[in-house]
Design a binder for this molecule. Structure first.
Ligand code: SF4
Length: 85
């Protein structure tokens, strides 16, 4: 029989909070999550990880408007970022 500790699956925390994203990540990791998932935040701002490294309290500029969703079949992108916002 397998040791339950050896079969533990990695825990993934979603990062839906647009504000204080870095602090949410730090808290999630401190609470036992192995990963923090980011999708739209990185779509909006590919350099976000570098900003978080410099300032863990930084806010994501993704506004969770989901205007990127219709673009998934023709080259996923953030229309907000392309508009320069
Ligand atoms: S379209 Fe809206 S939800 Fe999608 S990445 Fe851009 S700001 Fe975020």
């Amino acid at each position: 029989m397998a040791d339950p500790a050896s079969t533990r699956l990695p825990a993934l925390a979603p990062s839906r909070r647009p504000n204080l994203l870095g602090m949410s990540m730090t808290r999630a990791m401190a609470e036992g999550f192995d990963f923090v998932a980011m999708g739209r935040a990185l779509l909006k701002e590919p350099g976000l990880i570098d900003r978080i490294r410099q300032d863990p309290g930084v806010a994501s500029t993704c506004i969770h408007c989901n205007r990127c969703m219709p673009t998934i079949y023709r080259g996923t992108h953030c229309p907000i970022a392309q508009a320069g916002s």
